[in-house]
Design a protein around this ligand. Structure first.
Ligand SMILES: [Zn+2]
Length: 366
């Protein structure tokens, strides 16, 4: 992501636990450990991108090193806090494993860890995208983690915990970071908009948050992108669609309604009307498949609502549950597999919408 797109993200990156949004359970446990001085040597933060893993790792590093901590909160004023906030703490080592994945890099980390911290109380290693380390490098890391010096703390962050080697994962205290709810992201973006004097229509905000897929960092980057393209006035949903190239989920819902009600002619007309208005058919088809899959899961159990539509508005959740009821189970799975075939065939079709149309017609035959 370019520097420019990250301005808001950096500017509003929380420096204390109290400013951190979401992940309440994780925060609670970690703050308890800090205030009772019972911290572990190794942590594994796993979960969806842009949900606060490395941000929290930094706050944690600051809190355990703070010279004037209040409860679990870092003071952000003492020399230790300032060193970390200003990015010049040599005892806080941040490594992106995606670009430093080899054995040599881990060996030099091992050398580094062998020396006691020069200024801070703890030497903290934050290893982002930890699953990307090579096998040799992971084993070398494991060796350090097996006998860590008393001052060392490891925080491994990963979006793919299932790819972590179990012997490493089992050494860590594990925390799972969830996709952030729509309302939580909205609260933070509203605050940013207010401070920055950005005006945004409700519908535009909802669309942007939907496109961020539960990632606060992505939402902030998209907001950044929006204000750099459309510097003034009130942002509309059309601005969001245009600048971010977001297909509108409401169109998907509209089409699914027609399919559920077996409105064959209207469904075909819907596709061609929207295509004329510039709808990106392959993208729209993929979104329709994704949405129908969620509907199918909801048919299996309505209890899955927060799992499948966690990041969505209440209105959207209610609507999805209603549509799940509307569909016959057999027709739903048939439609899904026909649309998946259509998705595969779209790129070879000289008439881009034809596979989609055929799938719709076939799915509505008895
Ligand atoms: Zn401090």
């Amino acid at each position: 992501m370019s520097e420019n797109k990250m301005v808001l993200y950096r500017k509003y990156r929380p420096k204390s636990f109290k400013d951190f949004v979401g992940q309440e359970t994780v925060i609670k446990v970690i703050m308890n450990e800090i205030s009772s001085e019972q911290i572990s040597h190794a942590y594994l933060f796993s979960g969806h991108r842009g949900t606060g893993k490395t941000t929290l790792a930094r706050i944690f590093a600051k809190a355990i090193n703070c010279q004037n901590r209040k409860g679990a909160e870092p003071c952000n004023e003492c020399p230790s806090c300032r060193e970390i906030n200003e990015g010049r703490a040599i005892d806080l080592i941040e490594v992106d494993a995606a670009s430093n994945r080899g054995i040599e890099e881990v060996k030099s980390l091992r050398e580094n860890i062998r020396f006691a911290p020069s200024f801070l109380k703890y030497k903290v290693l934050i290893l982002d995208e930890a699953h990307q380390l090579s096998k040799d490098a992971t084993n070398a890391l494991l060796k350090i983690m097996e006998e860590p010096p008393s001052y060392a703390v490891f925080i491994l962050a990963t979006t793919e915990a299932n790819k972590m080697i179990p012997t490493v994962a089992s050494r860590c205290q594990k925390f799972n970071f969830n996709r952030l709810d729509h309302d939580i992201i909205k609260e933070k973006l509203d605050r940013i908009c207010e401070k920055e004097g950005i005006k945004m229509a409700q519908e535009a905000m909802d669309l942007l948050i939907h496109a961020a897929d539960g990632s606060l960092r992505d939402a902030e980057a998209k907001l950044n992108q929006l204000i750099s393209f459309v510097p003034e006035g009130t942002f509309t949903a059309d601005d969001v669609r245009e600048v971010l190239g977001v297909s509108d989920i409401r169109l998907v819902i509209e089409l699914v309604e027609l399919l559920a009600n077996k409105e064959k002619v209207k469904a075909i007309k819907f596709i061609s009307d929207n295509m004329e208005k510039g709808l990106d058919i392959p993208d729209f088809l993929k979104m329709t498949i994704d949405y129908l899959r969620k509907i199918m899961l909801l048919r299996i159990s309505a209890d899955l609502i927060d799992v499948v539509l966690g990041g969505e508005t209440k209105e959207m959740k209610e609507n999805a549950l209603r549509q799940a009821d509307l569909f016959e189970e057999k027709r739903l799975s048939k439609t899904l597999s026909l649309l998946m075939d259509a998705d595969n065939r779209t790129k070879y079709s000289s008439i881009i919408q034809l596979p989609f149309e055929l799938a719709i017609i076939e799915s509505l035959e008895d």
